[in-house]
Design a protein around this ligand. Structure first.
Ligand SMILES: [Zn+2]
Length: 256
């Protein structure tokens, strides 16, 4: 059986039996590990509770996303540090954190920036990798990671251009590819040819972005097998070889 790691999923909306079903289905598909990723302090508490129930299958990433900065309480930093101190064994990364410059309805970059920088410092202090969201501002985001002294970062659901991809790679960071690559018009189908295979990761970004042929359904970690198949075809490697490579990469990037 081929084993896969889903390096980015949001399962905090799964209630009761749904979470168990999602975990069972993932395991049956070979997706033995998923990084259950928070976007706020509230969702971090749910994620930690879920990871505590399925510690073998789910690893937690905790942090405040660029979209959730406006609603964060003034003492968010203490709350995040308390979660880190209390649940360190369940937490594999700080995330998702980052910058998004694609829509004027999102919090401004001026609002997003201090959250991003401070959380990068928290990741460094905790000795954890950062799981970074960046859209429309990829190169600058990687620059800030470098300036802050971040050694391990995963650029999740990468959708940038080739230049920003190369800058991220030069900086020593990882690039995670979602189901978007299965969409026939995606520019990622070209870009992936140029990403060094030892920096490549795979993610569902569930419940969003279901890969073809599950497009339109609520996404879940089990569906990354479709994305994996597409990547192995695009790269001309066997799925077994890809599985081995991605397993090593996930271990190197996220420490498991
Ligand atoms: Zn996400």
């Amino acid at each position: 059986m081929l084993i896969w790691t889903d390096t980015h999923a949001h399962l905090f909306d799964c209630r009761g039996g749904e979470l168990e079903a999602v975990v069972d289905e993932a395991e049956a598909a070979g997706v033995w590990t998923a990084v259950n990723t928070a976007v706020s302090i509230g969702t971090a508490r749910v994620v930690l509770d879920q990871c505590g129930r399925f510690p073998k299958n789910l690893k937690a990433a905790v942090g405040i996303s660029p979209f959730d900065t406006v609603e964060a309480a003034d003492n968010w930093e203490n709350e995040l540090k308390e979660l880190l101190a209390g649940h360190r064994s369940l937490i594999t990364a700080i995330g998702e954190i980052g910058l998004d410059d694609t829509n004027p309805r999102y919090p401004s970059i001026e609002i997003q920036m201090p959250f991003f920088k401070r959380q990068l410092e928290i990741a460094i202090d905790a000795g954890l990798p950062a799981i970074v969201h960046s859209r429309g501002i990829e190169k600058k985001t990687a620059e800030i990671c470098r300036e802050t002294g971040v050694s391990k970062a995963v650029f999740h659901c990468f959708t940038g251009d080739r230049g920003s991809m190369e800058y991220i790679i030069e900086s020593g960071y990882y690039i995670s590819i979602s189901g978007i690559i299965t969409y026939k018009s995606s520019h990622l189908r070209d870009i992936i040819q140029h990403i060094p295979v030892d920096r490549l990761l795979l993610e569902s970004d569930a419940p969003y972005l279901s890969p073809t042929p599950q497009r339109g359904k609520k996404n879940k970690p089990a569906f990354i097998i479709h994305t994996a198949r597409e990547i192995s075809e695009l790269l001309g490697t066997s799925e077994r070889e890809l599985s081995d490579t991605l397993k090593k990469n996930a271990a190197a990037a996220l420490g498991f």
